[in-house]
Design a binder for this molecule. Sequence first.
Ligand code: F6P
Length: 328
Amino acid sequence: MQKLSKIAVLTSGGDAPGMNPCIRAVVRTALYNGLEVVGVRQGYQGLIDNNMYDMNNRSVSNILNLGGTILKTARCLPFRTDEGMELAYKNLKARGIDGLVVIGGDGTFTGALRFSRKYPDIAVIGVPGTIDNDLYGSTYTLGFDTATNTVIEAIDKIRDTADAHDRLFFIEVMGRDSGAIALRAGISCGAEAIMLPEKETAIEELIVSLKAGQYNKKSSSIVIVAEGDKNGGVYDIAKAVEKEVKNYDIKVTILGHLQRGGSPSSFDRILGSRLGFAAVNAMIAGKTQQMVGLQANNIVLTTLEEALTQHEFKLEDDLMQMMEILSI
Ligand code: F6P
């Protein structure tokens, strides 16, 4: 492989707090090692549109505390086509770019792997950035910690009003295929039930446990429903419960995109910095088609293929057991 001289960095898919600290680490580690760095705007779309700019140390000043991503992001359909990939490749080559750091989730990595197989002369390293925490190969993904803290803060507030009115709240949190936020937030906030895509909860069971809560003199109850739960959505669940659980005023709250914003937590700033630093070092060491991740507090490389094919992220067994026992 030829010596690396110029790399590009992009963020793609759903933004996640911690992406900015990661971009900063990529840029400064690359410059420190004598590489040139190009920032790509709006993810893969920026590769296709040639929407890129040279970055220096000052391009990433004062961004550690910012949510979102200074490079902007997009879910880019044209990059799934051969024509889109070819345009991206030509634009990268014309600028003399021989390495690409992509920060995002499984959709981002799917694109990165296809691109890298087609055009192996451009090294590609992935950084796991998604609030969903659902990538194999890293115990934590960028943004998960901040998003969970945001959700906890919101649910604590809802608990105040639920308790004041003796109400039952159904709260939907993000996670299309992942119950990671729901589980952590549920345990942290003492939710009476947590509904996850990874474990089916029959509505009948939920009704029995909510009735038991009433019998045990619980004044308020909170049920957290992950977006990807298989019972048809938070409103349908609330309606089904309303028919059976009497004497409870029922409300529904969907937390939505507020979960994706906000200043990254200390954990996400450190994680972003570590993973960005590691991504550039991996590329300098000649690696490609790999993801940098954190396992047992160590930086570990996983092939993009493995990160994608094994992407069923397993929720912690003890948390799954606790979720039923501690909410009684
Ligand atoms: O992948 C992160 C995520 O926030 C999911 O939890 C959610 O289902 C999805 O993105 C929402 O995507 P969008 O912002 O494109 O609607």
